[in-house]
Design a protein around this ligand. Structure first.
Ligand code: BTN
Length: 244
């Protein structure tokens, strides 16, 4: 990964540029990295605060031959890579909150946004957007309660280039394992970093709230939630609120 890197000082969104590079036929492994995003995109049409020189705002383009339904697993693969890269480059031990939040002390330090270009049966490209709050000293008032940075948590600056390198190496390793053996060998690893598994949660879905215990993920990366009648719900997309 990263043989072709587009490095830009300022951009609306690295995801947007990545989408047009895909349309222009860029090779697998192309990376877009920006110092600042003016319109960083989060999951569920939210914005992603991406100030200059303080974070990692990056998109990674993969071109696996897979059916589109496998794409959520790439969010989980990227999350493993980000958690491990942070753990290796700092004294911190982040946790994953399904599907795409990376937390330290309960606050969000990183988010992953996986987008697709695909037909109904074939993926053309998977664009993994990774945002990490690295060296921010503070956050705007509206984010203070929910967001944090590696600097705030560790008291030390982290070199962003080292983190990027570690993340790319790890995504490459896990991508290879995934393409050879599927998600099963990575599921346990993901679950070992997951904060939500085994906890009582509320899943806020588009069709309403479901309350129960998060009991794990499927081989496709779908969250399994057991309600009080022991019925297991498969959660494909939701915001998760952890209760205990
Ligand atoms: C989320 O937690 O909602 C996902 C946030 C993803 C943010 C990253 S930053 C790089 C890439 N470009 C974007 O516009 N968004 C992703």
């Amino acid at each position: 990964l990263g043989c072709t890197i587009y490095y830009v000082e300022s951009i609306d969104s690295t995801q947007k540029l990545a989408h047009s590079l895909v349309q222009d036929g860029c090779p697998e492994g192309t990376i877009v990295v920006a110092e600042e995003q003016l319109n960083g995109r989060g999951r569920l049409a939210r914005t992603w605060f991406s100030p200059k020189y303080s974070g990692i705002w990056m998109s990674v383009i993969l071109r696996p031959t897979l059916p589109p339904k496998m794409s959520p697993q790439f969010t989980l693969i990227a999350a493993i890579a980000v958690v491990q890269a942070i753990a290796e480059n700092t004294t911190l031990h982040p946790e994953i909150k399904w599907p795409n939040d990376i937390l330290i002390n309960g606050k969000k330090v990183s988010g992953i946004l996986t987008e697709l270009q695909a037909d109904s049966d074939k993926v053309h490209a998977i664009i993994i957007g990774i945002g990490i709050n690295v060296n921010q000293k503070q956050f705007p008032d509206e984010l203070k309660q929910i967001a944090t940075s590696l600097f705030i948590e560790s008291g030390k600056e982290t070199k962003r280039s080292h983190l990027i390198q570690a993340i790319l190496e790890k995504i490459e390793t896990y991508y290879q394992i995934y393409m050879e053996k599927g998600f099963a060998p990575l599921k346990l690893l993901w679950e070992s970093y997951a904060v939500s598994i085994g906890k009582d949660i509320i899943a806020h879905t588009l069709n309403g709230d479901i309350i129960g215990k998060a009991i794990g993920i499927t081989d496709e990366g779908v969250l399994k939630l057991e309600d009080q009648d022991e019925k297991v719900h498969l959660i494909y997309s939701a915001d998760i609120e952890i209760q205990s």
